[in-house]
Design a protein around this ligand. Structure first.
Ligand code: URA
Length: 471
């Protein structure tokens, strides 16, 4: 007569810790998979007290441990039973089981892990926040319906990306709330708890429509990349059928424009021509920049220049940093604070100048939860140079100030050492002025040296202001 099966009740959702503890104990007690009934959602009797409470650690190949970490988030009620069977077989002689893709159990678990990975990717891409005005200030709330129990698994991504905002993501499988300091992982929520629309939505729809590239439209791929089930929570989805319908005539017009273009073009110009023959306004150029994909290690969001067309002075930095990428505006992080203070001391109103960057996307290396700034290569600076040139042509400042070495390289088209070239300079045929980057001042370790460098920076800005006024 076989013994009654043992019941293991785990917490609702993805109880990875509970599963690992139970698996260690079951393996320690030599319970075969067919002798265990797994349930999730609480309420069941967990197996009784045992002398080896949590069991000894399991020595599993890394690939098995990784697979457990993903497949345990799947919504299949059989996930724990399948994973326990995998552990049992791996521990009891089939050490290389995970490598046998044709094994039905491995095949099924790999497919589950793939589906979880895809769900995580979709959640990263399709969460849309709506702004709410609460007594404590601005807050952003999003509603999303993941397929699997991935809410905790995506938390780091959203905290890193939206660290400076107070937000909540509500889902029927759990919720996340970030108050700029701490993260709370909470219970499932209901659709009605998230707002439907906000003031920002009309701008977002305008932006989506203006950056929609008819030449790239492929409805089949679009539906596989952005499955229809997500559309009901995506404000831009309502625009898609009409944009697809209009795509063919728009592409024909673009091709006709293309044929009229001159033969001699740099590759970047050709890319721009596909979207807009010759951007006649800063807005049109910005649409091209926003619609273009950056080279590999860059953040996807382009941070555009800011300030009035026709400003007398334009400032060019290196690239957006972490804070700029999050807020979508140039020079708003620590270097931006230094720049703002120095501009004010030099008698320059920042909102009457044009502020931009040589490179429009943040280049970084992930380091745990942080994103570490990486200096762009000369090739990457060149990639963005055509845009910077058009941008300055359209803004048409009297004087362009290069902040640091990257901006100088982008504007002059060749490297010029700052120490020897500091001051008025010809920057690619434009009246320019070379000075240090404000983040250089932040890096100086010695306080007295830092103060002196800051004073020199302010006096550079005063000189630049006088030159622009006299021009
Ligand atoms: N550094 C830059 O060069 N640009 C920014 O926008 C921020 C920091």
């Amino acid at each position: 007569m076989s013994a009654a099966p043992i019941h293991v009740a785990l917490e609702p959702g993805a109880d990875l810790d509970g599963f690992r503890r139970a698996a260690r104990r079951l393996i320690g007690e030599q319970r075969p998979p067919e002798a265990v009934v797994w349930s999730s959602g609480g309420g069941c009797d967990l197996f009784g007290p045992s002398p080896n409470a949590d069991g000894a650690p399991l020595m599993l190949p890394k690939a098995v441990a990784d697979l457990i970490g993903l497949a345990a988030l799947h919504s299949d009620p059989e996930r724990y039973a399948r994973l326990y069977a995998l552990i049992w077989r791996t521990i009891r002689g089939e050490r290389h089981l995970i490598e046998i893709a044709s094994d039905p159990l491995v095949h099924r678990l790999q497919a589950m892990a793939k589906s979880v990975r895809r769900d995580i990717h979709k959640m990263h891409a399709f969460v849309r926040f709506r702004q709410v005005h609460a007594a404590a200030g601005e807050r952003y709330i999003a509603w999303f319906e993941p397929e699997h129990f991935i809410v905790a698994a995506v938390a780091d991504f959203f905290v890193t990306r939206f660290r400076g905002m107070s937000w909540a993501i509500l889902t029927p499988k759990g919720s996340l709330a970030w108050d700029r300091r701490a993260l709370t992982i909470g219970p499932p929520a209901q659709r009605g708890a998230a707002p439907d629309r906000d003031d920002f939505e009309a701008h977002w729809l305008d932006y989506y429509e203006s950056t929609f590239n008819p030449a790239r439209v492929n409805p089949t791929m679009m539906k596989s990349e952005m499955p229809v089930k997500y559309w009901r929570n995506l404000p831009e989805a309502a625009l898609i059928p009409r944009l697809i319908q209009e795509a063919a005539p728009r592409v024909e017009a673009m091709i006709a424009n293309e044929a009229r273009m001159s033969e001699k073009r740099t590759p970047q110009k050709a890319v721009a021509a596909m979207a807009d023959q010759a951007p006649a306004s800063l807005e049109a150029l910005n649409r091209i920049i926003m619609a273009s994909e950056p080279p590999a290690p860059f953040a996807p969001r382009a941070v555009l220049g800011e300030g009035p067309v026709g400003a007398r002075l334009a400032f060019v930095g290196e690239q957006p940093g972490d804070q700029e990428d999050i807020e979508g505006r140039p020079f708003v992080g620590p270097a931006g604070q230094v720049l703002n203070r120095a501009l004010a001391e030099a008698g320059i109103a920042r909102n009457q100048t044009y502020v931009t960057n040589a490179v429009k996307n943040f280049k970084f290396k992930p380091a745990g939860k942080r994103r570490l700034h990486q200096t762009p290569t000369a090739g990457e600076v060149k990639h963005y140079r055509w845009w910077l040139d058009r941008e300055l042509e359209l803004v048409h400042p009297r004087l362009v100030v290069a902040l640091g070495a990257t901006a100088t390289l982008a504007l002059a088209g060749k490297p010029l050492p700052i120490t020897r070239n500091r001051g008025p300079a010809d920057l690619g045929g434009r009246a320019g002025f070379i000075t240090v980057h404000p983040s250089y001042l932040l890096r100086l370790p010695d306080e007295a040296e830092k103060r002196a460098a800051y004073e020199a920076f302010v006096s550079d800005l005063k000189r630049a202001r006088a030159l622009a006024e006299a021009a």
